[in-house]
Design a protein. Structure first.
Length: 427
């Protein structure tokens, strides 16, 4: 244990990472000093998204502020945190981690992923190589990432933390204790909530098939709502760029049933009136289960790593389009729950691991975490920073390298793509 309260600053940009970072900070010991810096990147949250992400997180809004990347290092240095939680997509996370690693004295650097992280990928590890600690959220994820890191020869320290959205559940219902047609918590909990995802499924034809399914589900039971839960308003950014948004696809199916609605309210609020959740692979499924709300993981497109749904194998959650129309929601068995996101909170290690690293830092004995040796050196660092930050990187070096690199990339990309796919594949 540390002798003084922990001082932790989180850096985040997109909606899902802001939500995750804010909630994870709330699980630190009482008395910890925490702040959240929203780094302005091309996909940074809007004001509305930020407010939604903070709902139920326990994070005080007065400890949240926006910063430009150019100002980030001096601001963090002045704040002098014991640890920095870097909560950002891989390429951006890599840039932010490198910036924090360059501080003197440097803070403990913690990174992680904001939701379902099965399958484990080499890319996720490589982007976070310089972090001291990589936070995962199930015993299955820890074992899978540990095995992958060893196989790839990557040195990383992993820690376990109950997903912030799955905390607080005491006696979780399961398939053994609750029937598949679970009774709603109240007479108003009758919504079928569909958790939209930006890239799952990816193809327009598949997303249109989902849109038609939602219309069919609404028409099958006019007395109950079908709520299409979107993560962003038109023009707002998400962690992953969304093409073929459901509001646009649904407009092509007009006239629509009056009980089919699109919502951008917080997921927590959407669950207040939910009978059940439908998704392909959203982490919202875990959040729903934590609240005792049954789920259907739509299996129309199969089970594949690209769909991020192999994690649901053995859960009993997979269901067909007919199951969605019939609202045949279900809950997973206890065995699946304990291995996937609902382990005993006493098994969590992330706070203890952070405290141990902070003790080493305060004693001047924090082990170094050098960047990986890569071809291109400093020029490659500038190039990757420009790619990650886009117009938010206003450095002359970034502009110059970008001007040369884009035409060169256009020529070399078809040649190098098969090589990098082999290197980054999880197998």
């Amino acid at each position: 244990m540390t002798s003084a309260p922990l001082r932790v600053v989180a850096l985040a940009d997109t909606d899902s990472y802001v939500k995750w970072a804010a909630a994870l900070l709330s699980s630190l010991p009482e008395g910890s000093e925490v702040d959240l810096l929203v780094v302005e990147t091309p996909l940074a949250v809007s004001h509305t998204q930020l407010q939604s992400a903070l709902v139920g997180s326990g994070m005080d809004a007065e400890h949240v502020r926006r910063v430009q990347f150019a100002d980030l290092s001096p601001i963090v240095a002045e704040m002098a945190p014991d640890a920095v939680l870097v909560a950002a997509r891989g390429p951006v996370g890599r840039v932010l981690i490198a910036a924090m690693a360059a501080l003197e004295p440097r803070p403990v650097i913690v990174s992680g992923l904001p939701g379902i992280s099965i399958p484990a990928t080499t890319a996720a590890l490589i982007h976070r190589t310089q972090s001291d600690l990589f936070v995962l959220h199930s015993t299955r994820e820890v074992s899978t990432f540990t095995e992958l890191a060893e196989r790839r020869g990557l040195v990383q320290r992993f820690a376990l933390a109950r997903l912030p959205f799955a905390r607080g559940s005491v006696a979780l219902p399961s398939a053994e204790s609750t029937s598949s047609d679970a009774t709603p918590a109240s007479s108003t909990a009758t919504d079928l909530v569909f958790a939209s995802q930006a890239i799952v499924p990816r193809e327009r034809a598949d997303r249109m098939r989902v849109a038609r399914l939602l219309v069919a589900a609404a028409r099958a039971d006019p007395g109950k709502r079908v709520v299409v839960k979107e993560r962003a308003l038109a023009g707002e950014h998400q962690t992953h760029e969304q093409r073929h948004g459901y509001p646009d696809l649904l407009r092509r199916l007009a006239p629509l049933p009056t009980n089919l609605v699109v919502s951008t309210e917080s997921m927590s609020h959407a669950f207040d009136s939910a009978e059940g959740l439908v998704t392909v692979s959203s982490t919202a499924a875990i959040e729903a289960i934590a609240r005792g709300i049954p789920v259907i993981a739509l299996d129309t497109f199969g089970v594949d790593d690209s769909l991020i749904n192999p994690v649901f194998e053995g859960s009993g959650l997979f269901g067909s389009e007919a199951a969605v129309i019939g609202r045949e929601f279900r809950l997973p068995p206890s065995e699946w729950l304990t291995r996937n996101y609902f382990h005993d909170p006493a098994e969590d290690t992330w706070v203890g691991e952070v405290e141990e690293l902070v003790v080493l830092r305060r004693a001047g004995a924090l082990p170094p975490k050098p960047a990986r040796d890569r071809r291109g050196g400093r020029l490659r660092d500038i190039w990757e920073r420009k790619l990650a930050l886009g117009r938010m990187d206003r450095s002359l070096a970034g502009t110059a390298v970008f001007a040369v690199g884009i035409p060169l990339r256009f020529v070399l990309r078809p040649i190098l793509r098969p090589y990098f796919r082999r290197r980054l594949s999880p197998a």
